[in-house]
Ligand binder design. Structure first.
Ligand code: BEZ
Length: 395
């Protein structure tokens, strides 16, 4: 049916139609010009500074490989140094979420700081991809539709090592770590697997984070004469611990086991003191897959550095974001669709392909590795497709 338009009004209607069409095109252009805002909340100072930098490098490298765009949109970066300080976490997360209005927070390394990020992000329904911090709560009792992880839960590498040590017939183990969530939850995972197979953790020793005065504790460990020791340390603290352990003459006397953070990204500084140490982690040197080989070559070229587990986790955080952004052609306001797409993604990681659990934590292989020269050389898969139990998560 044709509508009758009086001849006198025709020019007005044409002009209105033209301006509507122009407005439509302009708003489509504005949408396309809108960037995806990524907020890095990471430690750039302190004992975990190198970890934060590696995560950012890995993340940026993936974006660069996509021509600087995710879901067809350019990416704009914002940064906050969280200093691994839990007390400053709510304020720092609020800066990114409220002031900078980021679409996603990529953060962080330290489990205590993570709790602050999760709280603020849940209040504001902001997407978070955790590129390291293992805080069990984030994919446990505090899980949420908008909270994802590209790394591990603290329970996972500890649990894998508990199985290895029990399998070697060790009966009596002492643990030593920093007294905060990452250390305590790693020990809990270790203990769960180790004691289920008949072992006994006879003493749990701790010192405050990020204290590195290990001497008295190392002496105490030696006096307890355990079959083995399990520790969690990372970053600068891990360098100091491994050197102190060797200097105390215990390297060849008491077997030392750890989650792989003890020797990842630290071997250059640890040198001879680290040789032969065995750890469990979801990444290793010598995986020899085309995916990992390409990733390592590209990273070494871009940053003049060998990648470590933190770089992989940053790279994979970007891959997860890309899956969400592609599903909505870059329109990050479509939060439900973004979340669904990330949940469904199979991440083609340098560590090996992984999927996400119901609680949004990677279901992944844990490797047993041994330090040889400057490498954490893979020995075997300690536990295949290990899923965090996600205790307390209701999603
Ligand atoms: C953590 O605080 O969750 C953490 C820090 C460094 C390495 C691994 C875990």
């Amino acid at each position: 049916m044709h509508r009758f338009i009086p001849r006198s009004l025709a020019p007005v209607c044409l002009a209105a139609a033209a301006s509507l069409a122009m407005a439509g095109a302009a708003s489509a252009q504005t949408a396309a010009a809108q960037k995806i805002k990524v907020g890095f909340m990471l430690p750039y100072t302190g004992t975990y500074a190198a970890l934060g930098n590696a995560i950012e490098n890995g993340f940026r490298m993936y974006v660069q490989e996509q021509g600087g765009k995710l879901g067809g949109r350019e990416v704009e970066f914002f940064k906050v140094d969280d200093e691994s300080d839990p007390a400053k976490a709510p304020e720092n997360a609020t800066k990114l979420i409220k002031r900078d209005q980021v679409d996603v927070v990529i953060g962080t390394v330290h489990s205590g700081v993570q709790m602050g990020i999760v709280k603020v992000a849940k209040e504001n329904n902001t997407l978070v991809i955790i590129p390291n911090a293992g805080a069990d709560e984030a994919t446990g009792p505090l899980c949420g539709p908008n909270i994802f992880r590209s790394s591990f839960s603290n329970w996972q590498p500890g649990y894998a090592m508990g199985q290895v040590v029990a399998g070697r017939g060790m009966k009596k183990v002492v643990t030593l770590t920093w007294k905060y969530a990452a250390g305590e939850q790693s020990v809990k995972g270790f203990k769960e697997a180790f004691e289920a197979k008949g072992g006994k953790v006879v003493k749990e020793l701790t010192l405050p984070f990020p204290n590195v005065e290990f001497q008295a504790l190392i002496t105490e460990v030696a006096s307890l004469k355990p079959d083995a020791v399990f520790v969690f340390f990372a970053g600068g603290g891990a360098v100091k611990f491994v050197k102190d352990w060797a200097a105390a003459g215990l390297k060849d006397k008491i077997p030392l086991y750890a989650s792989g953070f003890l020797t990842d990204g630290t071997l250059e500084a640890q040198g001879a003191a680290a040789q032969g140490l065995e750890t469990t982690l979801h990444y290793a040197d010598g995986l020899e897959t085309p995916r990992d080989r390409n990733f390592r070559a590209a990273y070494a070229k871009a940053f003049k550095l060998q990648p470590d587990v933190y770089a992989v986790q940053g790279y994979d955080a970007a891959q997860m974001l890309a899956a969400g952004a592609s599903a909505v052609k870059g329109d990050m306001s479509k939060k439900t669709e973004v979340i669904k797409a990330i949940e469904a993604t199979r991440v083609d990681s340098p560590r090996g392909v992984f999927t996400l659990s119901r609680a949004h934590n990677p279901v992944q292989d844990f490797y047993l590795r041994k330090v040889e020269g400057r490498e954490n050389k893979v020995s075997s898969v300690a536990v295949k497709a290990l899923a965090d139990p996600a205790r307390g998560c209701r999603l």
